[in-house]
Design a protein around this ligand. Sequence first.
Ligand SMILES: [Ca+2]
Length: 350
Amino acid sequence: MVIKKIVIGFYLSSLLTLVGCKQKEEQQNASENLSEVQPIAAKDIIPSKMVHIPAGTFKMGTNDPAFPDAQPIHKVTVKEFWMDEHEVTNDEFEKFVKATNYVTVAERKLDPKDFPGVPVESLVPGSGVFSPPNQPVTLDNPLQWWKYVPGASWHHPTGQQSNIKGQENNPVVHVSYEDAAAYATWAGKRLPTEAEWEYAAQGKKPGLKYYWGNELKPGGRWMANIYQGDFPTKNTGEDGFVGVAPVKTFPPNAFGLYDMDGNVWEWCNDFYRPDYYAKSPADSPKGPSDSYDPDEPGAVKRVQRGGSFLCSDQYCIRYRPGSRGKGEIGSGSDNLGFRCVKDSDGLANK
Ligand SMILES: [Ca+2]
């Protein structure tokens, strides 16, 4: 917990330093620009459904040198399980919040004791929002396009003035690991292990360049909600979406799962360590006993998979098969969501 507080403190202080009160106007402009993107009106609420994933053995990881933490490729066996066919939606998450009065991490008051050195007036609940800069930037500092936006949360995705009306079928975002795990428990489910997630994403099609095949656009069609254009300044939205897309917009994989690639990152239950694949057990691995990320040694991180609408071959290529993501457990953003799984014992498909 202490480490988590330090990390959040660093996260907040870094972002708040950049955002600062002096930059409120700039921040508001960014939010206004984002709000110009018209949401797709939800025609019908898509009911949640789980897909049966049969037990199997597969090759996990990739030899792609761009992903050293996803090596070596190793054989893994998973038991059968059920998986949400799509990412948890705003509508589903709202039902959870109404039933439990749950308050997400992004909405909770910040205790000054947890953030030494950060001015009290800056300690406002919020979350990270993708805010494209006006000028081309180097791609070595994500804080150039990520802003800590006070008031941003799952029902105010781009800030206090925004809402989720008409976005009921969009994946819920701004959820921390703790939020996702709380939802899963309430729903009688759990978060997937990383092995379950990758096995499900492969959909019985191992060794491909993309989860859906070897062509980026088979037949000229975009197969996932990713990023087109010049990152991070010019998102052409050629696939139809500059932000999140309603679930089930893009084609499912062979298991009938939607958006395993792109749209929003998805939390897995495993702690993150870059060296885990060298030691992973072959049967139903559940991740290491603790986390370690040499990029941020003090942070407690869990695995995230699948990439998001901000991924492309230009930046964040981690929508490709086998690649891994990671995130600090108390942090959310507007490109991070989740889906749940359930053990097969006695479960009917619903
Ligand atoms: Ca897109």
